[in-house]
Design a protein around this ligand. Structure first.
Ligand SMILES: [Zn+2]
Length: 67
């Protein structure tokens, strides 16, 4: 076993996989709850990071604009 599909979870969460790889990994997701969990967690993390970056960019002009 040299190619472990579990390793693709990170790339998949970042949409960094090619189409063939993505399809193969999605098939793997169907039967692997661990990877499903991991992708969900990674997606949450990356979207939170994206949100934080966007917020930092927009909050430059008006600090503490939100309550
Ligand atoms: Zn897996």
């Amino acid at each position: 076993m040299t190619h472990d599909p579990h390793d693709l979870a990170g790339a998949y969460a970042l949409d960094a996989l090619g189409e063939a790889e993505r399809k193969r990994f999605e098939r793997h997701l169907d039967e692997c709850p661990a990877c499903t969990e991991e992708v969900r967690g990674l997606r949450e993390t990356t979207s939170r990071l994206g949100l934080a970056a966007a917020r930092r960019r927009t909050s430059r002009g008006r600090r503490r604009g939100r309550s």
